[in-house]
Structures are given as structure tokens and as C-alpha cells.
Design a protein around this ligand. Structure first.
Ligand code: PMV
Length: 336
């Protein structure tokens, strides 16, 4: 059977998805907007076998070889594979192998790139050419909402049906291609292991925070302000909103019941250093997903200065120098 391999990038949200009206299929409480990355990506190889059998799911283990994926991850993948078979009206099973270019489950949106790559590779293996809208919709149904944004390159918005006027769709669309603005993202890794609380659990608890309703009220205006600054490439105006937005999400997480503290002491060290960079005239702004690592946004001319300062901070394991990317692509380098 022919194999399909897709490389799909991760993304970093400027306005973040937090809280779902339907958690299982990731129907968001709010609209979000992200930048698709390029260095942080997942590679997924899928083969469709048209006879009865169990899905075979492997991933790249720490010793470098392909090994049977751990049960919790394999279960999520299996459910998504069944969902896609169902949707396509097909039978049989899949052979799947996947790997990441960055540490999984550490707030680096490995589920976004992973489920985007998996969804697109399954569509390829089934010979289904689908629109971006359908790809996004199918990736979202994996339960990893941010995967719906990773099927596209550049700057991507994912609307929330509940908040949008009638007829609005809940699939992501591109706001600007990558060429619109060469932004960089220096990812500061302060935690390489798996985080204690998944983003799924964070979404579940979001409504228990007394600040959640206020956040939902603020977000439409914040999204418009980011879109406007993005359109006119006003980095400082956009950065200030993006950094405040990330802190707002973590306020909600820290005041949920029970509370979720994603930050580590080194997260604050990095945030302080980013403020220090700005005082020294280097324009850099931070954002954090559901984890301790910090994504520091900057423009190309400032990237070296940002990396030199942040790479040497106590508690920093390493940096990944990333930037805006053009989205997923098919590749001949199969994993098996
Ligand atoms: O897609 P999920 O369920 O992993 O949730 C993503 C949550 C954040 O990364 C914190 C925000 C976002 O929009 O990417």
C-alpha cells in the first residue's frame, strides 16, 4: 500500500484558545489567532491497510528508534484514526509512525503539529484531497483544537462559532501568508519533561475561574487589535497585547479550581529578562502556552541579541530558534 508522509509545523497563538463548549471535539469558547512555525514540527507517516486488523502506532523513542507509542498517546491517536475512517466511510486499519523535532507535551503545542500531521497523512493515505476548511475541521475533531490552525501556514485565525454571527464556520483560515511578515520566535526551553496538567484539563477547568467570563468579554476587542497591528506590521503594539494576553490566560489557569500553575521559577526569570531587553532598546515580547516554556517574539534584526541574552539565563535548558512558516507539506522521507 502507498504511504504518505506529512511534515506539519506547530503554531504559537497570539490570542489563545482556552475553554471549550464541547471538549471532546474542541469547540472553542473563543476565537484564536496564531503564527505557524517552521522549526518545531511533527512528521507523520501513514499507511492504510484495507483488511481487518488493529491500528499500529509507533513513535520515535528517546533512544532514537521507532517504538510502540505509550498507551495514553496511542489511545488518542487510535480514536482519531477510527473517527477519520468513519468520516471517510472506509474500513481497514492504519500503520502510523510519528516523530517531533522538539520535546513533546511541554507547552510547545506538540498535539497541534502531531494531530495536524496525522490528519493530513491519513487523508493522503486514503487518497482524499480535501479543502483547507475540511482539513482544519477534521484536525480539530481530534480534540486538539490548536491542530485546526496548524494545517495552514502564515498567520491563522480560528473563529468560535458560539461568538460569531450566524453562518460563521468553525474551521481556521489564513489571515496573512508567511511572506506578510518575517517574525521570529525564540523558544526558551526551561522544562523538557511532560507538564503535570494537560491543556485538555486546563480547558475543562477554565470556567471555574472567576476571571473567565471577564476574559471572554475582553477577547473580541483584543483579537481585533492584534489583527489590526498584524495588518500594519506594528510590532510593539502587537507584542504588548500578545504578552498581556498570555498572562491573562495564565491568570485564568492559576485561579481555576483546582488551580494550575504552569510556570516555573525560570519562566519568570525569562519574562524579567524580556522586559530588560525592551528597556535596553531591543523589541521582544513573550508569550506562553499551557506550559513553562517561553516563546519570545522578535524581528530578524533583534534575534541574535534576544538569543544571546536568554540563552545564558539560569534555568534555561536550550533555545529553539523558530519563525513564521508556510505550513504543512508532503515529504518522501518516510519513517518506515
Ligand atoms: O489545542 P490544545 O487543546 O492543546 O489547546 C491549546 C491551548 C493553548 O496552547 C494554551 C492555546 C492555543 O490556542 O494554542
Amino acid at each position: 500500500m502507498p504511504k504518505t508522509t506529512i511534515v506539519s509545523p506547530s503554531n504559537i497563538a497570539f490570542i489563545k484558545y482556552w475553554g471549550a463548549t464541547d471538549l471532546a471535539s474542541a469547540v472553542p469558547e473563543n476565537a484564536s489567532l496564531s503564527m505557524t512555525l517552521r522549526a518545531c514540527h511533527s512528521r507523520s507517516t501513514v499507511e492504510h491497510v484495507d483488511r481487518s486488523g488493529e491500528h499500529e502506532i509507533r513513535w520515535r523513542g528517546t533512544d532514537g528508534g521507532l517504538e510502540t507509542a505509550p498507551p495514553a498517546f496511542a489511545q488518542r491517536v487510535r480514536e482519531h484514526l477510527d473517527r477519520l475512517l468513519d468520516w471517510a466511510g472506509e474500513s481497514g486499519f492504519f500503520r502510523v509512525a510519528t516523530e517531533n523535532s522538539f520535546p513533546a507535551a511541554a507547552g510547545l503545542a506538540s498535539s497541534a503539529s502531531g494531530f495536524s500531521a496525522l490528519t493530513l497523512a491519513v487523508l493522503g493515505a486514503l487518497g482524499r484531497a480535501e479543502s483547507h476548511a475540511m482539513q482544519s475541521e477534521l484536525a480539530r475533531r481530534s480534540g486538539s483544537g490548536s491542530a485546526s490552525r496548524s494545517v495552514l501556514g502564515g498567520y491563522v485565525q480560528w473563529p468560535a462559532k458560539a461568538l460569531a454571527p450566524d453562518g460563521a464556520k468553525d474551521y481556521a483560515f489564513q489571515v496573512h501568508p508567511a511572506e506578510h511578515w518575517d517574525l521570529r520566535n525564540v523558544v526558551v526551553i526551561v522544562e523538557t519533561g511532560a507538564k503535570e496538567t494537560s491543556s485538555l484539563e486546563g480547558h475543562r477547568r477554565a470556567r471555574t475561574s472567576p476571571y473567565f467570563e471577564r476574559r471572554l468579554r475582553d477577547l473580541p476587542g483584543r483579537l481585533e487589535a492584534v489583527r489590526d497591528a498584524l495588518a500594519c506590521r506594528d510590532f510593539d503594539r502587537m507584542g504588548a497585547i500578545v504578552e498581556a494576553e498570555a498572562v491573562d490566560l495564565h491568570c485564568v489557569a492559576m485561579t481555576s479550581a483546582p488551580p494550575i500553575y504552569y510556570w516555573k521559577p525560570a519562566t519568570l526569570t525569562v519574562l524579567e529578562a524580556v522586559r530588560g531587553l525592551r528597556s535596553a532598546g531591543v523589541s521582544a515580547w513573550a508569550t506562553m502556552d499551557a506550559g513553562a516554556n517561553v516563546h519570545v517574539l522578535c524581528q530578524p534584526d533583534d534575534e541574535d541579541a534576544v538569543a544571546a541574552t536568554l540563552g545564558g539565563l539560569p534555568g534555561v535548558d536550550r533555545l529553539i530558534r523558530d519563525g513564521v512558516g508556510s505550513g504543512p507539506f508532503a515529504d518522501d522521507a518516510h519513517l518506515f
